[in-house]
Design a protein around this ligand. Structure first.
Ligand code: IMP
Ligand code: MG
Length: 207
């Protein structure tokens, strides 16, 4: 059986290496995945910039980060640690009806917040804005709860999204072409959330 401790250390090192380079053969060999849209290095650099900006903007009013599950979980984990402020965190889960790669705009709150938003400086952390319909619904729901302020930080915004000043998207990680992407928390039918970088999803709708 060997020594379980050293075995664990060896596989841990390999995992850490592929997480850093994003070059893990299991992903490179997957025919459903296309080119890398945002690399591991680009994500790390941008997340640290966003963290610094948010730290400066919220220095006198500690934010309550609201992560939108499930897609934002990886981004939120990195962003929260890049913000050098005493912050609080809560989660919401929404599900939008539609097909696997298209939102219908009909959104349902699957898990609501535990924390009362009254008088809080709320920063919604989203994975991606495509049509903006999900965020538009979320904003209305959150604004009705009386926060002191409400702003949005989205890792990705598709260029197909028309200017939406009403959505108050204060922080954007990357603007990308209107292609379907997976990785870094984003899925197709619950797969690829653990892909370390962001890649184009090439295949059609999964079965
Ligand atoms: P919207 O309501 O059209 O803005 O779509 C927002 C939601 O659809 C996101 O929070 C994602 O859950 C999902 N979504 C939209 N585009 C993509 C994509 O390219 N990859 C993965 N999920 C996406
Ligand atoms: Mg989302």
């Amino acid at each position: 059986m060997g020594d379980p401790v050293s075995q664990h250390e060896i596989s841990g090192d390999l995992d850490a290496e592929s997480a850093t380079t994003g070059a893990s053969s299991v992903w490179d060999l997957d025919p459903a995945l296309g080119r890398v849209v945002v690399s591991v290095g680009q994500i790390a650099e941008r997340v640290s910039e966003l963290g610094a900006t948010i730290t400066a903007d919220y220095a006198d009013r500690p934010p309550l980060l609201v992560g939108v599950l499930k897609g934002a979980f990886v981004f939120l984990a990195d962003l929260a640690r890049a913000i050098r402020l005493p912050l609080e965190l809560d989660f919401m889960a929404v599900s939008s009806y539609g097909t696997a790669t298209k939102t219908s705009g009909v959104v349902r709150i699957v898990k609501d917040l535990d924390i009362d938003l009254t008088g809080r400086h709320v920063l919604v952390v989203e994975d991606i804005l495509d049509s903006g319909l999900t965020l538009s619904y979320l904003r209305r729901s959150l604004l009705a709860r009386g926060p002191a302020s409400l702003a949005v930080c989205s890792l990705l915004v598709k260029r197909s999204l028309h200017p939406r000043p009403d959505l108050e998207i204060a922080y954007v990680g990357f603007e990308i072409d209107p292609e379907f992407v997976v990785g870094y928390g984003l899925d197709v039918a619950e797969r690829y959330r653990n892909l370390p970088d962001l890649r184009v999803y090439l295949a059609g709708e999964p079965e």
